[in-house]
Design a protein around this ligand. Structure first.
Ligand code: GDP
Length: 176
């Protein structure tokens, strides 16, 4: 049980994107080196990570879809109150990339009521570089189009995973 004085700010962050792009793996990779809380819920799953960024103690509540994204749609309640959204694709699966621009970003527009919500585009599985189907340049261009920060990560090697969450948190803190 968390007492309120143990952190300065609390943010709700969502992971979205096609099934099997590595959302759960990114979340586990990020929280795995600390003993953190695990909260089972109905239909969705979230994990809590405490970290200090820019001199502030943060509590991040990071929501994973628990498989519901298979139906290519999440409920509006999943999006409610989110300060940050991480849109994930698999750099080796082109369809997961096109679905971000054609499906997921539209759903975000529809359901994310928070105008100041900070978005991050993540190309995951960069460790499988020989199987790459989406270039870094294409990722970067989509991020620009959608108004997102952009990272290429690997949940497997942990490359860029921490910086992705930290940069997102920093950006949320800049929101007036
Ligand atoms: P989710 O459905 O989006 O939550 O995806 P999962 O986290 O369940 O990952 C789907 C599959 O991709 C699993 O077999 C993971 O082990 C694998 N995977 C996830 N991230 C990476 C990564 O960065 N590199 C590699 N090589 N495999 C990954």
């Amino acid at each position: 049980h968390q007492i309120s004085s143990s952190y300065d700010l609390s943010f709700k962050i969502l992971l979205i994107g096609d099934s099997a792009v590595g959302k759960s793996s990114l979340l586990l990779s990020f929280i795995s080196n600390s003993a953190e809380e695990l909260a089972p819920t109905i239909g969705v799953d979230f994990k809590i990570k405490h970290l200090t960024v820019g001199g502030k103690r943060l509590k991040l509540t990071i929501w994973d879809t628990a498989g519901q994204e298979r139906f290519r749609t999440l409920t509006s309640s999943y999006y409610r109150g989110a300060q940050g959204i991480i849109l994930v694709y698999d750099v080796t699966r082109r369809e997961s990339f096109t679905n971000l621009s054609e499906v997921w970003s539209k759903e975000v527009e529809l359901y994310s009521t928070n105008q100041d919500c900070v978005k991050v585009l993540v190309g995951n599985k960069v460790d499988k570089d020989s199987e790459r189907a989406v270039s870094r340049e294409e990722g970067s261009a989509l991020a620009k189009e959608l108004g997102c920060l952009f990272f290429e990560c690997s949940a497997k090697t942990k490359e860029n995973v921490e910086s992705c969450f930290e940069e997102l948190a920093l950006k949320i803190m800049e929101v007036p």
